[in-house]
Every structure is written in structure tokens, then in C-alpha cells.
Design a protein around this ligand. Structure first.
Ligand SMILES: Nc1ncnc2c1ncn2[C@@H]1O[C@H](COP(=O)(O)OP(=O)(O)OP(=O)(O)O)[C@@H](O)[C@H]1O
Ligand SMILES: [Mg+2]
Length: 109
């Protein structure tokens, strides 16, 4: 998609951000018992200058940045997202559909 948008210079940052956000949503979804397990949805949006990543999951709990100790093997995903994004956050899904969207805006440095 980024090649198509002529934004290849944002491809590496976008790959890291998508990977961390999707991994978090998949892990949060798999941590719960479901009759029918809901999907994780990914949207990539662009105005030709920046990339907006949206990741939807069905979980009500929100991303909580952690302070990873030097020896910790986890707890750095959202710090990576914050470092590579101009802004990031989460929003509740509209119209009572449930779940939330975690989003990150990646701009040219
Ligand atoms: N989509 C999400 N839904 C619910 N909780 C989330 C979600 N994303 C993150 N969290 C919470 O925020 C915490 C911090 O996420 P972060 O990605 O920084 O670290 P991690 O996933 O624990 O470890 P790492 O990404 O370094 O493997 C998670 O442990 C989880 O509790
Ligand atoms: Mg993570």
C-alpha cells in the first residue's frame, strides 16, 4: 500500500506499528473465552503525506503503556508505537458496536 501511495519512506515505521498493534489486539482477543472468536481488523489510511493505522478488536480494556525494566522481555510494544508515531491513542467503537480502535498516525520526519 505504501508503495502505491508513494510513501515508501514511511514503510518501515508503519510495519513496526502495525506489527505491535495487531499483536496486542490478537493477544488480548485470544486471552478471553469466546463462543465465536471475533476478528481483529486493520485499516491503513493515507492522504498521500501521512499514514493512519487503525486496529479494531472486540476487547473493552485499553492499551496501557508499561515501564519495561532492562531485563524485561515484554512491555515495549507501545513505547515503540509512541516513538514511531506523531500521535497514537484509542477510541471506543461508534454506535455501540463494542470493542475499540487503537490508532497511530505516522508522518514524514
Ligand atoms: N489492544 C489491546 N487491548 C487490551 N489491552 C491492551 C491492548 N494493547 C495493549 N494492551 C495492554 O497494554 C499492555 C502494554 O502493551 P505493550 O505492547 O506495550 O506491551 P506487551 O504487549 O505486554 O509486550 P511487547 O509488546 O513488548 O511484547 C499490554 O500488556 C496489555 O495489558
Ligand atoms: Mg505488545
Amino acid at each position: 500500500m505504501l508503495r502505491e501511495w508513494d510513501l515508501r519512506e514511511l514503510a518501515e515505521a508503519t510495519e513496526y506499528v502495525v506489527s505491535e498493534l495487531v499483536a496486542n489486539s490478537v493477544l488480548a482477543t485470544e486471552a478471553m473465552q469466546w463462543l465465536i472468536r471475533p476478528p481483529v481488523r486493520l485499516w491503513l489510511l493515507s492522504d498521500g503525506a501521512a499514514v493512519l493505522v487503525h486496529v479494531w478488536d472486540a476487547i473493552a480494556a485499553v492499551p496501557q503503556p508499561r515501564a519495561a525494566a532492562p531485563d524485561d522481555e515484554n512491555g515495549r510494544g507501545l513505547a515503540i508505537v509512541a516513538a514511531l508515531s506523531a500521535q497514537w491513542g484509542h477510541d471506543w467503537s461508534p454506535r455501540g458496536l463494542g470493542g475499540k480502535v487503537t490508532w497511530a498516525l505516522i508522518t514524514t520526519p
